[in-house]
Design a protein around this ligand. Structure first.
Ligand SMILES: Cc1cc2nc3c(=O)[nH]c(=O)nc-3n(C[C@H](O)[C@H](O)[C@H](O)COP(=O)(O)O)c2cc1C
Length: 375
């Protein structure tokens, strides 16, 4: 018997869908249809309530003492109830005191913190099903007929820009050669380095980066998981955009880039993984609604592209990935829930030659795709 108090998770939603009640907790990614009796119990547990009283309520709702205990364990493990002072309670307290971007954005953020990442076989299965309904042409971006088409002049940009843009291609076939400090510095500088300042009247100076930034507020920070960089101990670092220096956050004992990027096997071989993290405190005083959250997502995209272009320029392979175990990443980077938001990542490392040797779907029987498409 425990004397911990319990309450409904602050991030649970209870919704009617037809005749059924659906309880969902985006923080843990759980969704479950529940009977009316359980809905009434959950609805009543907004405040801390003793364990004994909760068990009593569940016994009344289920009509069975043994079942009440099983249901209680399920409600705890699926995150619908939280125990006082447990990690879930601590997370929710920090999150609810910090999160400024509105409730629906909170749901979106919490849902996308739980990694959803299909393996090769599942992807082949789904793609096969889609091909049964859509011709593959429908799935390509350009499917309009030529009627009414208006031609544009040929694009004309400098050779330097063409060279720079066309050198970028996602590369995941990293070889075990350490990235140099200069290469890492170049990637971080292109992504987040400060080139100058704008000084609007009566306002503090706004730092200017190569990437655009909503309101010039520079709401996205760069962290680095170092696995193989000459002169740097493996571990977690944080980039200082003004001085181009790094702060050491922790050593390598808790850094496993492959696991943190959704068990993608190439990530363990990257020299470094740059993780872009939004900072709500720096931006939300001006953009406190969903569009502020969007601004952070978009800014991270701009910065990631700059990192990818710089990596290609200094002879590194690179790939962006937003398949990230955000919850584990938050604790690895020592982030503050509700203020710091893991947005995306860019992994960099040496590669051999111009053509990727990384085979997507390697070792997966892709005949399932053909079978699904043409049953
Ligand atoms: C938002 C976003 C997320 C991505 N996530 C992953 C990922 O998790 N793993 C991966 O291997 N590639 C990822 N990529 C890279 C794409 O697979 C890649 O850009 C695409 O196959 C096109 O190839 P290219 O980058 O060489 O043009 C991602 C790209 C974007 C834009």
């Amino acid at each position: 018997m425990t004397d911990h108090r319990l309450r409904r998770s602050a991030t649970v939603t209870l919704r009617l869908r037809g005749d059924e009640v659906v309880a969902a907790n985006p923080r843990v990614g759980s969704t479950r249809k529940i009977p009316e009796s359980l809905f009434q119990v959950l609805r009543g547990l907004a405040q801390w309530t003793s364990h004994e009283v909760v068990v009593g309520l569940l016994r009344d709702a289920t009509g069975d003492a043994a079942r009440a205990d099983t249901v209680l364990q399920a409600l705890l493990s699926e995150g619908f109830l939280v125990e006082e002072s447990a990690p879930a309670d601590q997370f929710e307290s920090a999150f609810s005191s910090g999160w400024p971007f509105g409730e629906t954005t909170a749901d979106h953020h919490l849902v996308t913190r739980s990694l959803s990442f299909s393996d090769d076989r599942t992807e082949a299965f789904s793609y096969g099903k889609v091909l049964r309904v859509h011709a593959s042409d429908d799935l390509a971006p350009e499917t309009l007929s030529d009627a009414g088409v208006i031609s544009l002049p040929e694009p004309r940009v400098s050779d330097a820009l063409v060279a720079s843009l066309s050198r970028r291609r996602s590369r995941r076939d990293f070889v075990p050669v350490p990235v140099s400090g200069e290469q890492l510095s170049s990637v971080l500088w292109a992504a987040a380095g400060i080139q100058g300042f704008r000084t609007p009247a009566h306002r503090p100076a706004l730092p200017l980066m190569f990437a655009p930034s909503a309101g010039g507020l520079n709401g996205v920070d760069c962290y680095v998981l170092v696995q193989g960089v000459a002169g740097l101990e493996p571990g977690v670092y944080r980039y200082r955009p003004r001085s181009g220096a790094l702060d050491r956050v922790r050593d390598a004992s808790s850094v496993d880039a492959e696991r943190l990027l959704g068990n993608q096997r190439w990530a363990g071989a990257a020299g470094a993984v740059v993780v872009l993290v939004g900072n709500a405190a720096r931006t939300a005083w001006k953009y406190d609604a969903a569009s502020g959250f969007n601004a952070l997502l978009l800014q991270a995209g701009h910065m990631a592209q700059n990192a990818l272009l710089a990596a290609a320029d200094v002879g590194l392979g690179a790939v962006t990935s937003n398949a990230i175990h955000a919850q584990d990443m938050e604790s690895t980077l020592g982030l503050q829930p509700g203020r710091d938001i893991v947005l995306t990542s860019v992994s960099v490392g040496h590669v051999d030659g111009d053509v990727s040797r990384y085979e997507e779907y390697e070792g997966t029987d892709m005949s399932i795709l053909a079978k699904m498409a043409n049953p």
